[in-house]
Design a binder for this molecule. Structure first.
Ligand code: AMP
Length: 607
């Protein structure tokens, strides 16, 4: 059966999993880690780095290292979230050609799906290395609260990475799948997912025979661990300013070091009550004196600094329970997901709100990828009994006269679904009406996300309010939205399939797919060469170490001199192959080097 990987494409870290012999497992990367930082960098030499190696050099290459790209995916340039990111990121974010966002790395502009594709490609490579075969299909998770444009952008990222994203599923739903998999339980559960960049809460009913029904979901795509880090950074910057009168924010490198230190301190404070932030030589004073930053942060201060953020997550939980028309006592299990749920204050806030201890049985960093893998396996295996009923995370509707948002499909409606509503014309003799399809919760249309638009023309002339137009919204099982508008008297009908957009055109995506393929090929080739080079150089070094001894022992015989000449020639050839940087040529020399090495060792051992 075809293998489908499950990828949790996180703001901070990503994780890949697969179902093997009926058991979902997380695939470790080459370093043995089960999660990989969602970071991408380009070095001065133009080399692309992804994951841990990108993270390790982030301080010295802050301007060319991207983190938290997920916060920007599928967003419009003029959105407040992008403005915020422009002001606070250490890398450059610029306007793209379609009101989208581009990131500049070493003078080259990349779209956000391209950056996310680099992370997805890394996850694909990790899975391929582990499985020893190519992988082409994936289920990728997104925050439940992502709108259609963000989902489409994630799908595009998959395509650019050479993956067919056979389904996008919501992170909390994936977590519930992993929790309920194979347990045949019937329970109402809440999934509290607090990650690096986003917060999500979902209430689900897990029924017998693998039915997972989402009842309500809500969240905030701009609320995460990064915001808590930012509070620590503010606190450090403020303290430094008071002490030295210098604003550390002016220095990108200092800012990146602060970011690292803030996150580290935050994580440490989950285990200890106080920690020291120590950043020697953080900046120099006006008199060219090196200044150091040294401050003790207690768990209590951290909790105070982030109190309103914790409260915001609890408020969203409260609202979601109301939306689900459930009392706290009806939630039988609370599942914690996301790295931030390791913070003790978060755990107590959740326990206090739901009046029960959260479940500690699932691994917060791995559970989402495992759920995605389970869904992936179920999609290609007819025998697996599993039904996933998700809901629309946002209301869908149209813009009406006066820029009002008229909702047709409310938030938290189980999909697939369709709804119809009748609208009337707003002007006398109006012959055309423009239908703007939107997604969101605000009554003011411009505050919601525009998904698409079309014009229904050829209406018959009549006084205002006398032409009735029936508008039908439909969402199918894949979450695709279509809208139909019909003049009830004439039967004139028009419809569109609302294709959400990532901000990229088809042609751009095609080009990016090709570029990503080339990059992967380059990378595979250079990895192959590096592997061969290391092996060859190790053998050469050992042979050279033995040379003087061997020469002494065998130089008296013709046979010995001949063997030495041959050995020298093999080493020369191997060095030339290494210089040419051709993996195949180096590999050809490895056999000869191994033989020579074995022979040299044999000669030395005999004496
Ligand atoms: P995720 O997006 O689920 O990978 O979560 C990443 C977020 O969790 C980041 O903001 C991390 O700093 C945070 N995190 C990871 N481990 C801990 C910890 N032990 N204590 C507090 N926060 C943590």
């Amino acid at each position: 059966m075809e293998k489908v990987i499950g990828i949790d494409l996180g703001t901070t870290n990503s994780c890949v999993a697969i179902v093997e012999n009926g058991t979902p497992v997380v695939i470790p990367n080459r370093g043995g880690y089960k999660t990989t930082p969602s970071m991408v960098a380009v070095t001065e030499a133009g080399k692309r780095l992804v994951g841990h190696i990108a993270k390790r050099q982030a301080i010295t290459n802050a301007e060319n290292t991207v983190y938290a790209a997920k916060r920007l995916i599928g967003r419009k340039w003029n959105s407040p979230q992008v403005k915020n990111a422009v002001a606070t990121s250490s890398y450059r974010i610029v306007e793209g050609p379609h009101n989208d966002v581009r990131i500049v790395l070493r003078d080259k502009e990349y779209s956000v799906p391209e950056i996310s594709a680099m992370v997805l490609q890394e996850m694909k490579v990790i899975a391929e290395d582990y499985l020893g075969e190519p992988v082409s299909k994936a289920v990728v998770t997104v925050p439940a609260y992502f709108n259609d444009n963000q989902r489409q952008a994630t799908k595009d990222a998959g395509e650019i990475a050479g993956l067919e994203v056979i389904r996008i599923i919501n992170e909390p739903t994936a977590a519930a799948l992993s929790y309920g998999f194979g347990r045949n339980i019937e329970k109402t559960v809440a999934v509290y997912d607090f990650g690096g960049g986003t917060f999500d809460i979902s209430i689900l009913e897990i029924g017998a025979h693998g039915v997972f029904k989402v009842i309500a979901t809500a969240g905030d795509t701009f609320l995460g661990g990064e915001d808590i880090d930012a509070r620590i950074i503010d606190w450090l910057v403020q303290g430094f300013k008071e002490e030295h009168g210098i604003d550390l924010r002016q220095d990108r490198m200092a800012l990146q070091r602060l970011k690292d230190a803030a996150e580290k301190a935050k994580c440490e404070l989950s285990g200890v009550r106080e920690t020291e932030v120590n950043l020697p030589f953080i900046i120099s004073s006006g008199r060219n004196e090196a200044l150091h930053l040294q401050r003790t942060l207690t768990r209590e201060t951290l909790e105070e600094l982030s109190d309103d953020l914790t409260e915001r997550t609890v408020d969203i939980c409260r609202q979601t329970l109301e939306d689900a028309r459930l009392g706290k006592d009806e939630i039988e299990e609370v599942i914690l997901v996301g790295g931030m749920t390791r913070m003790p204050k978060i755990q107590t806030a959740v326990a206090t709100f739901f009046a029960k201890e959260p479940n500690k049985g699932v691994h917060p960093d791995e559970v989402v990828a495992l759920g995605a893998a389970i869904q992936g396996a179920a999609l290609v295996d007819d025998k697996q009994e599993m039904v996933l009923l998700d809901v629309t995370p946002h209301a869908l509707g149209i813009m009406t006269f006066g820029s009002y948002f008229e909702e047709l499909i409310p938030q938290n409606t189980t999909v697939p679904t369709h709804r119809t509503k009748i609208f009337t014309t707003s002007r006398d003799n109006q012959t055309a009406v423009k239908i703007l399809v939107m997604q969101g919760e605000s009554q003011r249309a411009e505050e919601n996300e525009l998904l698409g638009e079309f014009i229904l023309t050829g209406l018959r002339r009549a006084p205002k309010g006398q032409v009735e137009i029936e508008v039908t919204f439909e969402i199918n099982a894949d979450g695709i939205v279509s809208v139909k508008a019909k003049d009830l008297e004439t039967g004139l009908e028009q419809s569109i399939q609302v294709t959400a957009t990532s901000g990229l055109t088809r042609d751009e995506i095609k080009q990016m797919v090709e570029d990503a393929k080339d990059d992967l090929l380059d990378r595979r080739t250079s990895e192959e060469f590096e592997g061969a080079r290391q092996e060859a150089e190790k053998l050469i070094a050992e042979i050279q170490k033995l040379f003087p001894q061997v020469e002494q022992i065998v130089a008296t015989s013709d046979f010995g001199r001949d063997a030495i000449e041959k050995a020298k020639s093999i080493v020369d050839k191997a060095n030339q192959a290494i210089e040419k940087r051709e993996a195949s040529l180096v590999k050809e020399q490895i056999e000869g080097l191994t033989r020579t090495h074995r022979m040299f060792k044999g000669v030395v051992a005999k004496t």
